[in-house]
Design a protein around this ligand. Structure first.
Ligand code: TMP
Length: 208
C-alpha cells in the first residue's frame, strides 16, 4: 500500500518572503529525493487559476465578502480534486503556497466573516483533510507591506489598509496558538539564514 504523502502549506501576510522560502523548501525536498508537487492557492488548475484572476484583479464593483469566500472554496474544491488528492494518494508530498488558513486569515480576519461559516465550508470541501504542517511566516504587517510595495503593482488584496493586515496576522497567530503541533510559527523578521534553518528543522521533523 502506498503511504500518503505529506501535505505542507506555506502561509503568511504580504511581503513575508513566501516566494524565496518556497524555493528553499522545494530545493531541500529535491536534495532529499522526496517526490513532491508544488502548487498554490487560489489556483493550481486551469479553472482555479481563472478564479484566482477574478479574485485578485482590481475592479470598480465592490466584491461581496461572501461571494469572495465562495470563489475561494470553489477554486479549492477543483484544486483538491485535480491536483492535491491525487498527488497525496500517489505518495508524493504536496507543497502548497497558501491554503485554508489563508481563508481564516483573509476572509475571516481581514473581511471579518464568521469562522463557523468557514469551518462549515472547510469540512464540506475537504472532509477531514488538513495540512500535516503549516509553515507560518510571521511578520509585522507594516514591515511586510513596505517590502511588498517594492515588488510591483498591488492586487485587490494588497490594496487593503494596514488594519486589514493586522487582523490577518492576528487570525493566523490565533490559529497557530490553538494547534501548536500542526503549526510552525517562523519569525520572518530574522535573517534569511535563520528563517531557512527554522524551515529545515520543520521539514526534517516530517520525514518518517
Ligand atoms: P499570493 O499568492 O501572491 O500571496 O496572493 C494570493 C492572495 O489571495 C493573497 O493576497 C491572499 C489571498 N487569499 C485569500 O484571500 N484567501 C484564500 O483562501 C487564499 C488561498 C488566498
Amino acid at each position: 500500500m502506498t503511504v500518503r504523502g505529506k501535505f505542507i502549506t506555506l502561509e503568511g501576510g504580504e511581503g513575508v518572503g513566501k516566494s524565496t522560502n518556497l524555493r528553499f523548501v522545494t530545493g531541500w525536498l529535491q536534495e532529499q529525493g522526496i517526490p513532491f508537487v508544488q502548487t498554490r492557492e487560489p489556483g493550481g488548475t486551469p479553472l482555479a487559476e481563472q478564479l484566482r484572476e477574478l479574485l485578485l484583479s482590481r475592479r470598480e464593483e465592490p466584491v461581496d465578502p461572501t461571494a469572495e469566500l465562495l470563489m475561494v472554496f470553489a477554486a479549492r474544491a477543483q484544486h483538491l480534486a485535480e491536483v492535491i488528492l491525487p498527488a497525496l494518494a500517489r505518495g508524493e508530498w504536496v507543497i502548497c503556497d497558501r491554503f485554508t488558513d489563508a481563508t481564516y486569515a483573509y476572509q475571516g480576519g481581514g473581511r471579518q466573516l464568521d469562522w463557523d461559516l468557514i469551518a462549515l465550508l472547510e469540512q464540506t470541501v475537504q472532509g477531514d483533510l488538513r495540512p500535516d504542517r503549516i509553515l507560518l511566516l510571521d511578520l509585522d504587517p507594516e514591515l511586510g507591506l513596505e517590502r511588498a510595495a517594492r515588488t510591483g503593482a498591488a492586487d485587490r488584496f494588497e490594496s487593503e489598509q494596514l488594519e486589514f493586515f493586522r487582523r490577518v496576522r492576528e487570525a493566523y497567530r490565533s490559529r497557530a496558538e490553538a494547534d501548536p503541533d500542526r503549526y510552525a510559527v517562523i519569525d520572518a523578521g530574522q535573517s534569511l539564514e535563520r528563517v531557512q534553518a527554522d524551515l529545515q528543522r520543520q521539514l526534517e521533523s516530517l520525514i518518517p
